[in-house]
Design a protein around this ligand. Structure first.
Ligand SMILES: [Zn+2]
Ligand SMILES: [Zn+2]
Length: 185
C-alpha cells in the first residue's frame, strides 16, 4: 500500500514537473516573441529553457529572465511614439502655434487655419523660422527680424551723450539745493 502511494507520488511529481517544463518553454516562447522579431533569438531562448535540466528547467528560466530584451515590442513602439511627440513639441516646427495641428517643415502657411508659420528669404526664397535673424543659406538679414546686437553701441553712445548733457544740470541743481540747505543753517 505504501509502495503504491510512493509510485503514485513519483508519477504525479513527474507529470507535474513535465507540465511545468512544457509551460515554461511555452511561456518563454510567447514572451520572447513579444520582445523581438529576430527568429534566431526566439529559437535560442526557447532552446535555453528546453535544454537546461529537462523536467525542471528553472535555471534556464532564470537565465532567460536575466538576458531577455528589457522592453517588449509594444513598449518600444509606445516609447518611440512618445519621443516623437515630445520632439514635435520641442521643435518650433511641427505644430501650428495657433491651432496646434501638425504641419510639415516646408509649409509656409498652416493649411488648417492659414496662420503664417514661416518667413521667406527676400533674396533666395528659402523658408525662415521667425526666430532667425538672417537666412542660413545666403546670410541676408530677415526684414521682420529684431535688429542684431551691432546697432546697440550707437544707441548707448547717444544715451551717454544725452546723459552728459543732463548731468551738469542735475549736479548744479543738487549743488544749489545743498547751498540752499547750508545757507539756511
Ligand atoms: Zn493652424
Ligand atoms: Zn537667403
Amino acid at each position: 500500500m505504501s509502495e503504491e502511494l510512493a509510485v503514485l507520488a513519483v508519477v504525479v511529481g513527474g507529470i507535474w514537473a513535465l507540465l511545468l517544463w512544457i509551460s515554461i518553454v511555452v511561456w518563454v516562447y510567447r514572451d520572447i516573441r513579444e520582445r523581438t522579431r529576430d527568429s534566431s533569438l526566439q529559437i535560442l531562448s526557447a532552446f535555453v529553457v528546453l535544454v537546461f535540466f529537462p523536467g525542471f528547467n528553472l535555471p534556464g528560466l532564470a537565465l532567460y529572465l536575466m538576458l531577455r530584451p528589457r522592453e517588449s515590442l509594444e513598449e518600444a513602439y509606445a516609447r518611440s511614439l512618445e519621443e516623437e511627440a515630445l520632439l514635435r513639441e520641442l521643435g518650433d516646427e511641427g505644430t501650428c502655434p495657433s491651432c496646434r495641428k501638425l504641419i510639415e517643415k516646408e509649409f509656409q502657411f498652416c493649411p488648417s487655419c492659414q496662420t503664417q508659420v514661416k518667413d521667406q528669404c527676400a533674396k533666395c526664397e528659402r523658408l525662415l523660422s521667425f526666430s532667425w535673424v538672417a537666412c542660413p543659406t545666403c546670410g541676408t538679414a530677415r526684414p521682420g527680424a529684431a535688429p542684431p546686437a551691432a546697432p546697440s553701441p550707437t544707441q548707448t553712445a547717444t544715451g551717454i551723450e544725452a546723459q552728459g548733457d543732463q548731468e551738469p544740470l542735475q549736479t548744479t541743481a543738487a549743488t544749489q539745493e545743498v547751498e540752499a540747505a547750508r545757507s539756511q543753517h
